[in-house]
Design a protein around this ligand. Structure first.
Ligand code: SF4
Length: 64
């Protein structure tokens, strides 16, 4: 599974990529590689508990 806000884009509007890149539709920016494991729910990571962008978008507080 992956975050519902994750898309893969083959272009940034100016350049075409050889390989589609991960794009966060909430932040409206490409996902940094260091963050991508959360977006794709690898290693037991979960956007709802581990992504500050997801949580802020959902109106979740960190101490919930
Ligand atoms: S950065 Fe957060 S909200 Fe955006 S796609 Fe990744 S997990 Fe989802």
């Amino acid at each position: 599974m992956a975050c519902p806000h994750l898309e893969y884009r083959e272009s940034d509007g100016d350049r075409e990529f050889d390989t589609a890149r991960a794009f966060c539709t909430v932040a409206e920016e490409f996902v940094q590689p260091v963050h991508a494991d959360i977006c794709t729910e690898r290693y037991g990571l979960d956007p709802e508990t581990d992504c500050e962008i997801f949580r802020e978008h959902a109106g979740l507080e960190w101490d919930e």
